[in-house]
Design a binder for this molecule. Structure first.
Ligand code: SAH
Length: 456
């Protein structure tokens, strides 16, 4: 039987919001029909205009708030609503943390079919602003005007910004200088449609503890006119800059960085310290973007790994060896596995920098290496997993089912793929003990989570 849709597109309605979706959007019902309203909060009565009415659910544009939620706060960022970045800014920070805990629990129950497991409260930040050490600003022309900033929600239009409240302040200064440079020397910026122009992105990376700063200019090809002037502008205006890199990306892709780096000035990397260890970080290597919360995250990994000093540990998706080196201080031997060669080079160097010798780093894809290592008889007592958003490949989880370490510590930035992988592992002899979400990305719907699993 065909169901009637009780709302019409473009019509206005007053509705009550009673839930919150995975992206932080409000969810309510009009005559039983589900409507998603971005910017609305549970407990609010809002006036909306229906922008789309699908068969099963619709979308509403928030027109005004009739009865606000006590959790509503005034967003401090001037680009709220236009920039696709911090979509939870209108929600009090405490409520954001509760939302994240629930997101993890819901994913675990709905996707993982795992119930009755403790999900601890999300660990928040005392100062949840200016927390990011890395920014990636696209550079484009919008209607004839130079725009440097972030993409608008669901589009490739750029919201031109002069500051970003979740980035380190230095990023604001860098944008200003790049803007001056492009305008003064007429350097063409990249056009996605025609694949012409030169400057595509500006990437900044800052060591919060060391104060070192790298600025990378991503260019479409090797030519960067007046690069000496750019170096002059950056070095005279930004005292703590230690590295200026040109990254070449001439591919038609949304991936920001290309594979080749040319050091224009200073060293080709930054060095930072994290919980007492020193790390060298190259432009193409992954490094956690919120250093304050990373120390909490790694502390939890250490606690869950429960090492006594004798164990063999495998750290899969090891990046520049951060987790491997932390664990090595309490382990017999740690193996790190990582696919990006530059990150593995950094990892070896980081082991040396910290005088740690009971580690070994292997370059390759986890899904190819782990089954081989298991076949060759390698056994680990503890395995740490820290995959990208898409989670682990089945081959990795399958191999762990054969290796049977005592404990698996799974670090994840995506509750949905985490829950899927945990389900897979619970069907192969493991039990989920507990989960600790950590807020690495305040004001965004993202949540990081550490999970402890043990052998049944
Ligand atoms: N544990 C590290 C890095 C985590 S990010 C840290 O905390 O800093 C995930 C890492 O996995 C990245 O360095 C990425 O390059 C790597 N990676 C992604 N897919 C991979 C794969 N299939 N095999 C091995 N490494 C992979």
């Amino acid at each position: 039987m065909k169901q009637e849709i009780p709302v019409k597109e473009k019509q206005k309605y007053v509705m009550t919001i009673d839930d919150i979706g995975v992206h932080g959007e409000g969810i309510g019902r009009i005559d039983g029909y589900t409507v998603f309203v971005e910017g609305a909060l549970p407990g609010e009565k809002v006036r909306i205009r229906v922008s789309k009415a699908g068969r099963n659910h619709g979308y509403g544009k928030l027109l005004d708030i009739v009865v606000p939620s006590p959790d509503r706060v005034l967003p401090p960022c001037p680009y709220t609503g236009r920039c696709g970045g911090c979509t939870l800014q209108h929600i009090s920070y405490n409520r954001q943390l509760q939302f994240k805990t629930r997101r993890v629990r819901d994913a675990l129950e709905r996707i993982g079919k795992i119930t009755g497991v403790t999900v601890h409260n999300t660990v928040g930040m005392d100062q949840p602003w200016r927390y990011r050490n890395k920014a990636q600003f696209p550079v484009r022309m919008e209607d004839g005007l130079l725009s440097i900033g972030f993409f608008a929600p669901g589009s490739h239009d750029i919201v031109d910004i002069d500051r970003c409240l979740i980035q380190h302040e230095t990023g604001d200064n860098v944008i200003e200088i790049i803007r001056k440079f492009i305008l003064k020397y007429n350097v063409p910026v990249y056009d996605e449609q025609t694949h012409r122009g030169i400057i595509r992105h500006v990437v900044t990376r800052m060591g919060f503890k060391s104060g070192q700063l790298m600025v990378a200019i991503v260019t479409n090809g090797r030519n960067l006119p007046h690069s000496d002037k750019l170096v002059g502008l950056l070095t005279t205006n930004i005292p703590n800059i230690t590295s200026i890199v040109q990254n070449i990306n001439d591919r038609k892709t949304n991936v920001i960085l290309g594979n080749e780096n040319i050091t224009l000035w200073g060293q080709g990397h930054i060095v930072d310290t994290l919980a007492g260890l020193t790390f060298k970080i190259s432009p193409l290597s992954f490094y956690q973007v919120n250093p304050v919360q990373t120390e909490i995250l790694y502390g939890k990994v250490m606690e869950y790994a429960a090492l006594t000093g004798r164990e063999t540990v495998i750290d899969l998706y090891s990046g520049i060896g951060t987790i491997s080196l932390f664990l090595a201080r309490n382990a017999g031997k740690v193996y790190g596995i990582e696919e990006v060669p530059q990150a593995v080079e950094d990892a070896w160097e980081n082991a040396k920098l910290n005088h740690i010798s009971n580690v070994e780093f292997i370059t390759g894809k986890a899904e190819e290496l782990i089954p081989k290592l298991v076949d060759s008889g390698l056994h680990a007592d503890v395995v740490v997993l820290d995959p990208p958003r898409k989670g682990c490949e089945d081959e990795v989880l399958e191999a762990l089912g054969h290796m049977i370490p005592q404990r698996i510590v799974y670090v994840s930035c995506n509750p949905a793929t985490l829950a899927r992988d945990l389900k897979f592992l619970t069907e192969r002899g493991y039990k989920v003990e507990e989960l600790q979400p950590v807020d690495m990305f305040p004001h965004t719907p993202h949540v990081e989570c550490v999970t402890l699993m043990s052998r049944l």
